[in-house]
Ligand binder design. Structure first.
Ligand SMILES: [Zn+2]
Length: 131
């Protein structure tokens, strides 16, 4: 699959390595190139979806989605009420979307931003999920 010019440029400059791009690269290297991105006809518009397999991969930022990790536990200094209620709404919506996907017969895998640091482990998880 061809890599878009802008994506390629980003990679060359080595900055803005977006979590989604990292995951997509791993998926291609594992031999699962047939994904669709941001399908609005699926609950929650999952980041990555394998239509035929009924499998979706959701990539979550640890802070925004309240992950149980160091980054997710970080508390903003100002406007705490605002952020905390926003994060709790995100978590609630994540749960609703996953239930909706599951009701449609889909399996979902959540990839957390902090997991991108251990790409070998992540790659194993992705392979097991898709196998
Ligand atoms: Zn995390």
């Amino acid at each position: 699959m061809a890599i878009s010019r802008s994506e390629n440029m980003r990679r060359i400059r080595g900055k803005d390595t977006k979590p989604e791009i990292i995951v997509r690269n791993i998926l291609r290297s594992l031999g699962y190139p047939g994904y669709r991105l941001h399908r609005r006809d699926l609950p929650g518009t999952p980041d990555i979806a394998y239509i035929g397999r009924h499998k979706a991969i959701i990539i979550n930022g640890c802070f925004w989605h309240g992950h149980d990790c160091k980054k997710g536990a970080r508390k903003p200094k100002s406007n705490q009420d605002y952020w905390l209620s926003k994060i709790s709404r995100n978590k609630e919506r994540d749960g609703t979307n996953q239930t909706a996907l599951s009701n449609l017969g889909w399996k979902t895998l959540v990839v957390w931003e902090c997991e991108l640091k251990e790409q070998e482990q992540l790659s194993t998880r992705l392979r097991e999920f898709l196998a």
